[in-house]
Design a protein around this ligand. Structure first.
Ligand SMILES: *[C@@H]1O[C@H](CO)[C@@H](O)[C@H](O)[C@H]1NC(C)=O
Ligand SMILES: *[C@@H]1O[C@H](CO)[C@@H](O)[C@H](O)[C@H]1NC(C)=O
Length: 391
């Protein structure tokens, strides 16, 4: 009885996601296996329930409280194409499960594919024990697909710089008859192999999977409308001031913050002269200065005007309020940056991740780096200015 009731309830909840049954708007059709897999995924998730789940198999992209470190949004979601490919290859239902700081669904909800783990399953998978295995790298995961074929749940989290793209490339070639794995290129590019495929599909894949949650969507809409930001008609930059020094913020001087903020904004203008600049940073000083810089020189610089410093997703000891809205700025920044035409990014993975979500991930520039050689020093460019050498 309980099962029948739950079954009905699950269908009801699913029906609320109206878009789940409508034709895809975003699926990257050019990677054949993705569309086929998503068709299959939709069928599976429609009939899955608390009573029959053992007849299914799953791949779960996770961030659980057991991990020493999950990282920020980029660390957690950069390997999405890899996980989708692994799930397609092994006929497993793809799901995402975050426990830290909270469920991903607080910020991003399923769009055309229901990747959300049903509530009952959190408990069940925790008690699977012998039926669940966690693999923390793409390499382990690929070999695990065979090795642990009979396991109900394979869980993973891949945080390498290229999000497992070279393994994606391999799986893609295995599933697509028209693609041949190029061993020469693979040798040359090494870990970077497949990254161009990532750049190509990521925006569509992301939009197939995610919509901003209602409160996040409302804030984004409000911000963009009130500041006249139009998708594709502005440029953006992210300055990560406290990369690897979240616990020693005082070591970053104001002078440093200010000069890097100015350079970040200038570099964004170099990508798209004269266009409004959306500026994001983990430093409140930087955000305040960015606004002042815009006002002083009559450049349009848009920032999220929050009193508080953005909270890093993985710094739960700094999360005192327990209010999920403390993390909204991260997702608002990400999704507004993703609608910009061009990007200037610095250190850390966040800006780079936003740039692969953009329509043209190639319109990028590096304004800051741990390696001096990679840093670009930029001046401000107005509309019509000739973009030349740096000085
Ligand atoms: C500031 O820029 C706008 C257009 O971007 C222009 O209309 C306005 O006159 C400028 N103001 C000053 C004080 O230069
Ligand atoms: C969380 O914070 C937001 C913004 O400050 C506020 O509007 C909301 O009421 C808070 N929610 C709770 C449950 O405290």
């Amino acid at each position: 009885m309980r099962c029948i009731l739950l079954f009905l309830l699950w269908h009801l909840t699913l029906a609320l996601h109206v878009t789940l049954f409508s034709p895809y708007m975003y699926v990257p059709y050019y990677d054949v296996f993705i569309k086929d897999y998503f068709d299959w995924h939709r069928k599976q998730t429609r009939s899955l329930n608390e009573c029959n789940y053992r007849t299914y198999k799953f791949i779960v992209l996770r961030c659980s409280n057991n991990e020493r470190k999950c990282g920020g949004v980029a660390d957690r979601l950069k390997a999405l194409p890899f996980f989708i490919a692994a799930a397609a290859k092994s006929n497993r239902i793809f799901m995402i499960r975050w426990e830290r700081p909270t469920k991903l669904e607080e910020f991003l909800i399923p769009n055309e594919i229901n990747w959300a783990m049903p509530d009952w399953m959190y408990e069940k998978t925790n008690s699977f024990h012998t039926d669940t295995i966690f693999m923390p790298t793409a390499k382990l995961f690929v070999s695990g697909l065979k090795k642990y074929e009979s396991m109900t749940v394979l869980e993973g989290l891949v945080q390498d710089f290229y999000g497992g793209s070279k393994f994606y490339e391999k799986l893609d070639c295995e599933m697509d008859k028209n693609k041949v794995f190029d061993h020469e290129v693979a040798k040359k590019l090494n870990d970077m192999h497949g990254w161009s495929s990532y750049e190509f599909i990521f925006r569509d894949l992301f939009n197939t999977l995610f919509l901003p949650s209602p409160p996040v969507a409302k804030l984004i809409k409000g911000k963009m409308e009130s500041t006249n930001l139009i998708s594709g008609e502005y440029t953006t930059t992210q300055y990560r001031a406290f990369y690897a020094i979240e616990n020693k913020k005082h070591t970053r001087t104001d002078l440093d913050l200010i000069s890097k903020t100015k350079n970040a904004i200038n570099c964004a203008s170099k990508n798209f002269p004269g266009a409004p600049v959306y500026f994001a940073s983990d430093s409140h000083t930087a955000v305040t200065y960015a606004r002042k810089y815009g006002e002083a020189f009559n450049h349009t610089v848009v920032t999220l005007d929050d009193e508080k410093e953005a909270l890093h997703l993985d710094k739960k000891d700094q999360w005192k309020s327990g209010n999920v809205s403390d993390f909204y700025p991260t997702f608002i920044d990400l999704l507004i940056m993703a609608e910009a035409k061009c990007m200037a990014y610095g250190v850390g993975g966040f800006g780079r991740f936003a740039s692969i979500l953009q329509i043209d991930p190639k319109c990028v520039l590096r304004h800051d780096s741990e390696r001096k050689k990679q840093v670009t020093i930029c001046k401000w460019y107005d509309r019509g200015d000739i973009v030349g050498g740096e000085w």
